[in-house]
Design a protein around this ligand. Sequence first.
Ligand SMILES: Cc1cc2nc3c(=O)[nH]c(=O)nc-3n(C[C@H](O)[C@H](O)[C@H](O)COP(=O)(O)O)c2cc1C
Length: 295
Amino acid sequence: MSEAVRFCGLELDHRVINASGTFDAIAAQRVFGDEIVLRFPFAAFVSKTITLEPRAGNPPPRLYEAPAGMINSIGLPNRGLLGYLEHDLPQLAALPVPLVTNVMGSTADEVARLVEAIDARAEVAAIELNVSCPNVETGLDLGADPRLLGRLVDEVRPLTGKPLIVKLTPNTADVAAVAQAAEAAGADAVSLINTLRAFAAHPDGSGRAWLGAGTGGLSGPAVRAVALAQIAAVSARVEIPVVGMGGIASGRHARQAIDAGATLVAVGTESFRDPLAGERVRLGLDALEHPRAAR
Ligand SMILES: Cc1cc2nc3c(=O)[nH]c(=O)nc-3n(C[C@H](O)[C@H](O)[C@H](O)COP(=O)(O)O)c2cc1C
């Protein structure tokens, strides 16, 4: 039996949630019926990233199959804040688990407006801040620099009483330093890893980019070892809970992330192969924790 876990004041049935953008609960219900809601695979649902204005996403091709994972340049297509509040939120609020809304802005002001608007909605249990957006001046991810990220979290922290999870970028020199800056500025938790910046060469051999956006983000089994190293490095330096993700596809992988210091684990790319991967990971984790009961 899974054990309930407290996370940032929320009571969750178990430790397995979804990674943002990799499980569309609304589409899953349309395709698989109410069964997927009744047997909801995750202890909380994390929305895909919401931006202030609607985004169409990147030009195709948007996906590349890597030897042990995939490179995506989906580009965060979404209806924008108003579309989310009007269209998606009522449907996501009907899920049987707490809802985490993931937001991203390219400036502190944009992030502040998103956080304020989401804070006003009682249906949302927690906010996840995606800081993998490129800074317009430096070209680096907003979350790549501890000082800049600290300033951003400092600005938006007072705008919400909901748990604030900062989703760190792995594309930085010292992820633990960034996590510490988020904690010092008042983040309630950090989550990691997001995708690793990656290039897919065109199969025609010309050396040009295959993906429409030029580069993309690598995820899946290929990033698991990097994720474990970063989860361990961050967990050693912060007191706040850590949500671990990156290539988790089995109970054993989840156990490794928890052993590295994660309180919760998130299943991402694996859900594209198996929409019930979350349930499989949870059952596998249970079997490792309670081998007798699972027999
Ligand atoms: C197709 C795709 C879409 C994603 N969309 C988002 C997103 O909207 N927001 C976000 O914070 N992370 C997004 N991610 C990153 C995942 O949440 C996760 O951090 C990453 O893929 C590593 O986990 P995994 O190896 O289990 O997939 C996306 C990943 C993929 C593969």
